[in-house]
Design a protein around this ligand. Structure first.
Ligand code: NAP
Length: 334
């Protein structure tokens, strides 16, 4: 049975990938409505070999839409989700507008997809770092309870949308040509540089907004409200896949061999852990693929008890961190 689908923010970094996922995964799309700002209205986007004309979100009537996939900023998502639900649509939202609301499920299907069996009308799609991290953490947690996570992220430009990806390309070109470049999208030079995530710092905790989201959302997705977790989030000059280094403490000894065995069989995870060839997860290999790459699995020698493992994950955050995860949610609901 087909579903009438609306993609809101269809011209953006996430929206574009949503269309690609709907296409490549052969989602049973009935009517397709592609929505963006008024500036994009009238332009055409290709879907399954046909031109689909973009419409302005403002004034769009969601009547008849079964699933609305939102890939717009928080303020637009708040207003749009209410409008779409009132018209009868089920909403899957990529912004942070609803993620921490107790009454709204925050879903990564491989981890807590069971929450979708209640057929919620509004589902939140997680922060991209949290979504990628839990793909490795959840399978391990099924073997031994995770007590603590200590992490650092290496985040790509795509996490800040298409304008940031363009800024990385343009500033790199300018740098190589010896030209001056004034950053417009991000607050610091991005070419051949990296910097602490540009979300505001909470003066009480010292953590920035991105770090706070990752910590809170990881606890919620994994249903571990007391999980001890800390992360440092950094933007690196990579186009579209995030890396995350993690030390994970369990309530018992978990050997690297056990972790490898578990992760090798985990859905949506691909083990890349070749110590002989020194080959581990890399953004260039994670970009454009659905699986999250996991490797560098080793005992964390700073914990002599043997209960802590270190590992590295890399995932395309436009896919598993955003568009793919949203489409997987839609598939489970369909
Ligand atoms: N990038 C990621 O990896 C990622 C991951 C997880 C979650 N998210 C979240 O997903 C959302 C979209 O992010 P993005 O990276 O795709 O941003 P983006 O590349 O900047 O795209 C923004 C989209 O919003 C549309 N838009 C802007 N103003 C609008 C308006 N007034 N009415 C309707 N549409 C409007 C834009 O349309 P026009 O082209 O017409 O301006 C564009 O399609 C954000 O909430 C973001 O936090 C992003």
């Amino acid at each position: 049975m087909t579903k009438n689908v609306a993609v809101v923010g269809a011209t953006g970094a996430v929206g574009t990938e949503m269309l690609r996922c709907l296409e490549t995964r052969d989602f049973p799309v009935g009517e397709l409505h592609l929505l963006a700002s008024a500036a994009s209205a009238g332009k055409a986007v290709r879907f399954k070999g046909q031109d689909v004309t973009l419409k302005a979100l403002e004034g769009f009537d969601f009547a008849g839409v079964d699933i609305a996939l939102l890939a717009v900023d928080t303020d637009i998502a708040l207003e749009c989700a209410a409008r779409a639900m009132e018209a009868g649509a089920t909403v899957i939202d990529n912004s942070s507008a609803f993620r921490m609301r107790d009454d709204i499920p925050l879903v990564v299907p491989e981890v807590n997809g069971a929450l979708l069996s209640d057929h919620p009308r509004l589902i939140a799609n997680p922060n991209c770092v949290a979504a990628i991290m839990v793909m490795a953490l959840a399978p391990l947690h099924r073997v031994a309870r995770i007590e603590r996570v200590h992490a650092a992220s290496y985040q790509a430009a795509s996490g800040a949308g298409l304008p940031a990806m363009r800024e990385l390309e343009e500033s790199t070109r300018a740098y190589l040509n010896g030209q001056k470049f004034e950053p417009k999208v991000l607050p610091h030079p991005y070419a051949f540089n990296f910097f602490s995530h540009n979300t505001p710092i909470d003066p009480d905790t010292g953590y920035n907004g991105e770090e706070t989201k990752v910590m809170r959302e990881t606890r919620k997705i994994m249903d571990l409200p007391d999980l001890r977790i800390s992360i440092t989030c950094v933007r690196v000059p990579v186009l579209r896949a995030h890396g995350i280094a993690m030390s994970v403490e369990f309530d018992q000894v978990v050997t690297p061999e056990t972790a490898r065995e578990v992760l090798a069989h985990a859905p949506g995870v691909r083990l890349v852990d070749d110590a002989v060839a020194n080959r581990f997860p890399m953004p260039v290999e994670a970009s454009g693929i659905e699986d999250v790459l996991v490797g560098r699995i080793r005992r964390d020698v700073s914990d002599p008890s043997g209960k802590t493992l270190s590992l590295f994950v890399c995932g395309d955050q436009l896919l598993k961190g955003a568009a793919l995860n949203a489409v997987q949610i839609a598939e489970q609901l369909a």
